[in-house]
Design a protein around this ligand. Structure first.
Ligand SMILES: Nc1ncnc2c1ncn2[C@@H]1O[C@H](COP(=O)(O)OP(=O)(O)O)[C@@H](O)[C@H]1O
Ligand SMILES: [Mg+2]
Length: 266
């Protein structure tokens, strides 16, 4: 289908999947997914619920292993990287989980500083305090170090999780449904943070989401997954000229088109 996007020489690739396949039992979730991500871009992979968006992101960060296909990070094949190698890779590739995944038993300070301590980056207590304060400021939070996650709103939890994600200065952040379940204003705040981090720190941002409007608004490129395949891929700038039945149907939310709406047990 010619969807395997090849960059011209001007664009530097940071991450690439090649013919990625993943099955669970008889269920084929991803079927030959090849995408090349550019350094510094915001890319959103869209698709209906259950289409394999989270699985895709988990493959990228090594929480799941592909059945076949390859993943390259900074030109290096990381598909079968050792657990030790993954620890190093995850310093450079952060992830924001859908539910934030803060540790309930830790306060904000300990949540945000967790990775720094985990990686034994030597800091004095005072240095750590300043760093956590700076990280919280990056996500628009102040004076909340002693609070626990059940004392935070959903939006604040997302921000704290984001502060924790950027603590190790990653060059890539993977976002799993970053605004799902948030009110529209908080969603805009989170979207703006994603954009600001991308701009200020040149963080490559790979988002999976089913939210079409914000995906189009904040991304340079969008892709669409359907039945395990990448069925659409375009720069948002060229969206108007991009003719794709799948994407058209998805954007319109229409029941008519190539995307089936009858669900059956297989
Ligand atoms: N660890 C797993 N074991 C078995 N099936 C899984 C597992 N993870 C995901 N799946 C299945 O893979 C499909 C895609 O899931 P997921 O990637 O979570 O979808 P979404 O696009 O909503 O994020 C679903 O049918 C889900 O049930
Ligand atoms: Mg998901």
């Amino acid at each position: 289908m010619g969807l395997y996007f090849k960059f011209n020489n001007m664009v530097e690739e940071i991450l690439r999947t090649e013919h990625l396949c993943k099955k669970f039992g008889k269920l084929t979730v991803l079927d030959d997914v090849s995408i090349s991500f550019a350094k510094g871009e915001i890319f959103t992979l869209m698709g209906q619920s259950g289409v394999g968006k989270s699985v895709f992101i988990k493959l990228l960060i090594g929480l799941l292993e592909p059945d076949s296909g390859k993943i390259f990070f900074n030109g290096e094949d990381i598909t079968n990287a050792s657990p030790k190698a993954w620890i190093e890779i995850r310093k450079k590739m952060g992830m924001l989980f859908q539910n934030g995944a803060l540790f309930d038993s830790l306060n904000v300070f300990d949540n945000v500083s967790f990775q720094i301590r985990e990686h034994m980056l030597k800091k004095t207590d005072e240095e750590l305090k300043i760093l956590v304060r700076e990280l919280l400021m990056e996500v628009g939070l102040k004076n909340i170090e002693t609070l626990f996650s059940d004392q935070l709103s959903g939006g604040m939890q997302k921000r704290v999780a984001l502060a924790r994600t950027i603590a190790l200065n990653p060059s890539v952040i993977l976002y799993d449904e970053p605004i799902t379940g948030l009110d529209p204003i908080t969603a805009s705040v989170i979207n703006k943070l994603i954009k600001d981090l991308n701009k200020k720190k040149n963080i490559t941002s790979i988002i999976v989401s089913h939210d079409i409007k914000s995906s189009i608004r904040i991304s340079q490129r969008i892709g669409l997954l359907y039945k395990g395949k990448l069925v659409a891929l375009t720069e948002t700038e060229n969206l108007k000229n991009y003719k794709n039945e799948y994407l058209d149907q998805f954007i319109k939310g229409s029941i008519n088109g190539p995307i089936e709406t009858i669900l059956e047990e297989k």
